[in-house]
Design a protein around this ligand. Structure first.
Ligand code: FAD
Length: 460
């Protein structure tokens, strides 16, 4: 054991130094600090992150390392099953304390819980903090003590609580921090970036995004100064940058929901469109909380239909070529293709269009929602285990409080309402309407009818 008391701060979905309760606590104690990130794609049950997420993570870790360096700390990288890796590092440096911010997935909680017990048994202090959710799932319960299965009452319950705590400051050079130097992996050796230069699918990602805490703060600033007042009018228009675009930053914890909440709350107090916009975004932020609430109370949401009757649904197994047409944006339905190409090129897709492409897959093509969820998992930079599953189940009709199955989005109608001038479709599918563009892969009316017949067969 080392003579020097040492704190390990284990970073996970909280790649930031401001409003980071675990780091804040370590700074208060004043012992030397080891900042650790573990790439864990080996623990049993852990779902490896997808390609776009790997790209994001690489850059986010670079950014975190820079922020830490600026205040006198270094980032240590290790790879392997998290429990074993953290235990070994604690032994190597003779750490006396390990701190982290909580996560809410079942497998992750299992790892963290086991680790906490074994560290404490070994005489090492181990503590966890609330950093990634405003309302931890076990603290929001119905009058009967159960958990919420429907969004609106959950939203009301969260809003009726005390104002969330104010964000914590980032450490500064003045805190006189010192770090312990520990052997670290080289980030490049993790090969998180695409290895083959062609096709360079990350080009669009580089253009669109700046992963990391500074990029997140800039986006929040732009949103609040330029866009929040248009949010109510424009959030449903995919051609506009009408929403915050903060989802990947929230997913990776480069900005905490507490920071977002308080930034919005300041605007809620104002008159007019700013206040309306801020209140509407805040409601969306509570959807994020709701998805984690469900993930915690019903972990099977990521893989199982919440409504059991959907276990009998006659899904169609698509051929690889058919599936590829949807994935690559070659269905012959312009709005669907625009969305799928936006996703492939930029790692993101507008929420309205996500609903349309998902509905097209699970209803017009009658493909199991899990197939679509997996594609989104691989290609979205905001791929999030809770929000992705909840939203896919919502569109499929198999989730709680979901859009009823018989609500089949009509992509043509959606385009005429939300992309009136065709600017969004034109941006991604310029050949739509020309002979170069394929015929629709299914007839929208017929496939809708077939979907409703299939649904009728599982009811009752
Ligand atoms: P804003 O409108 O600015 O909203 C602010 C924040 O609220 C978002 O950053 C996000 O954190 C949260 N939020 C907004 N809408 C939702 C929602 N419906 N559910 C949960 N949280 C929400 N969102 C993800 O973060 N990760 C996913 O993997 C994901 N998969 C989806 C899959 C499908 C099929 C659908 C229909 C939606 C999915 N969403 C997912 C929700 C939503 O599309 C994105 O959160 C939103 O488009 C992000 O853009 P924004 O940050 O500009 O949102």
């Amino acid at each position: 054991m080392s003579e020097t008391p040492t704190t390990v701060v284990w970073f996970r979905d909280d790649l930031r130094i401001s409003d980071n309760p675990a780091l804040h606590e370590a700074v208060l104690r004043g012992d030397p600090i080891v900042c650790l990130y573990v790439l864990d794609d080996e623990s049993p049950g852990i779902r490896p992150i997808g390609g776009a997420s790997r790209w994001w993570l690489h850059h986010s870790l670079e950014s975190l390392a820079e922020s830490l360096k600026a205040v006198g700390l270094t980032l240590t990288l290790r790879r392997g099953p998290a429990r074993e890796v953290v235990t070994a590092l604690v032994g190597d440096v003779g750490a006396t304390r390990v701190l982290w911010n909580r996560r809410y997935g079942e497998v992750e909680r299992g790892i963290d819980g086991d680790l906490k017990s074994s560290l404490r048994e070994a005489g090492v202090e181990a503590d966890s903090f609330q950093g990634s959710l405003l309302a931890e799932p076990w603290t929001v319960l119905t009058g009967q003590g159960g958990w919420y299965k429907v969004f609106s009452p959950f939203y009301r319950a969260v809003m009726a609580r005390q104002t969330p705590r104010h964000p914590l400051p980032a450490p500064t050079v003045g805190d006189g921090l010192h770090h312990r130097t520990v052997a670290t992996d080289a980030l490049a050796d993790w090969h998180l970036l695409p290895t083959s230069p062609t096709p360079d699918w990350a080009g669009g990602l580089r253009e669109r995004w700046r992963p990391g805490e500074t990029g997140a703060a800039e986006r929040l600033d732009t949103f609040l100064t330029e866009r929040v007042s248009h949010y109510v009018a424009e959030h449903d228009l995919p051609a506009e940058e009408g929403t915050s675009m903060l989802s990947p930053h929230l997913r990776w914890g480069e900005m905490s929901p507490f920071q977002f909440w308080h930034a919005l709350d300041g605007h809620r107090a104002r008159a007019s469109a700013d206040a309306e916009g801020a209140a509407a975004v805040l409601r969306q932020l509570i959807w994020r909380e709701f998805s984690y609430h469900l993930l915690y109370h019903l972990p099977s949401i990521t893989t199982q239909n919440m409504r059991e009757e959907f276990d009998r649904f006659p899904w169609v197994d698509p051929s690889p070529a058919e599936l590829e047409r949807w994935q690559q944006g070659d269905t012959g339905i312009p709005l669907v293709d625009a969305g799928m190409r936006e996703l492939w090129q930029t790692g993101i897709m507008h929420n309205r269009v996500r609903m349309v492409v998902a509905s097209f897959l699970v209803k017009n093509l009658r493909v199991d929602w899990r197939v679509g969820e997996a594609w989104f998992w691989d290609t979205l930079v905001d791929a999030d285990p809770a929000a992705n599953a909840l939203n896919w189940q919502w569109v499929a009709g198999s989730g709680p409080d979901a859009a009823p199955y018989f609500r089949v989005f009509n992509p043509e109608l959606q385009a005429s309402k939300f992309d009136k001038h065709g600017s969004y479709v034109n941006r991604y599918v310029p050949e739509a309407g020309t002979p170069a563009y394929p015929e629709p892969m299914v007839d929208l009316k017929e496939s809708r009818r077939a979907a409703l017949d299939a649904y009728a067969s599982i009811r009752g």
